[in-house]
Design a protein around this ligand. Sequence first.
Ligand code: S0N
Length: 275
Amino acid sequence: MIRTAADWQSRHAYSDIRYEFAEGIAKITIARPQKRNAFRPETVKELIDAFHRAHHDNEIGAIILAGEGPDAFCSGGDQTVRGAEGYIDEGGTPHLNVLDLQMQIRRLPKPVVAMVAGYAIGGGHVLHLVCDLSIAADNARFGQTGPRVGSFDAGLGAGLLARTIGMKKAKEIWLLCRQYDAQQALAMGLVNTVVPLARLEEETVQWCREMLQLSPMALRMIKAGFNADTDGLAGIQELAGNATGLFYQTAEGQEGRNAWLERRPPDFAKYRKRP
Ligand code: S0N
């Protein structure tokens, strides 16, 4: 049993997920335990909406992504709705919209912590991988199944995994489709810490509380910095956008705007040319 560590308040009603809030932390939970928290297109749509809410809520400084119950964080794409062209939504349209969610988590300027109990498998494994930190319960199991079930994630699922744990180990995970326990995951740098299942939420919330004591801007900038090279120009854009946001707040930046509004030439002479 996972002990609850905060006074969670429901913030929005969804069908496949839960969205809760406490102490500046959003907790987003995939709630399909009967399917080991596999995601269907509707699940991913709801996750995207919930992460968007957390992104734009000024009260929220850290986000937890979890799976309902002790058995699974997430078992990846729901194979029962996988059609010939992708994962089929209730209207009959094929999707692979989890790729949008992966990038959303990386671009979100607040730390996202995966709270992993049980299986993090397939696309569910990639979801914990794209989170900034992963706290694992001692019953957690990790792995990719793609080559066994006729699929693969050759994007972040391959490249980010290699950057996280090294090329040889990443190739082993994909080429053999084995499962790894929590201690093995810790040893390869796939997770940040392992705790007893009962203490999983306490530990995860504690990590979030610690980050909430730190500078949000510094966390935002360093997250963008970590992702910049992997995400290419889009990653640099994220980092650069944060820099622009900071520059807007300076007198030097505001002098340009003021001069334009006052129909006069800008006077940047008083600003230091720093070494
Ligand atoms: C997770 C596993 C290891 C759990 O085993 P366990 O504990 O023995 O439970 P089970 O009895 O197997 O499962 C309990 C019930 O849950 C259902 N279920 C489990 N996983 C899924 C799933 N993914 N989809 C649908 N249903 C699932 C079981 O069927 C069972 O139901 P009942 O009780 O009715 O029989 C084990 O369950 C397991 O191995 N699951 C499958 C893992 C898997 O292969 N997942 C899919 C991997 N692929 C992706 O995730 C692809 C999506 C993706 O992210 C992607 C992204 C980018 C580019 C490409 C892709 C892509 O690969 O397509």
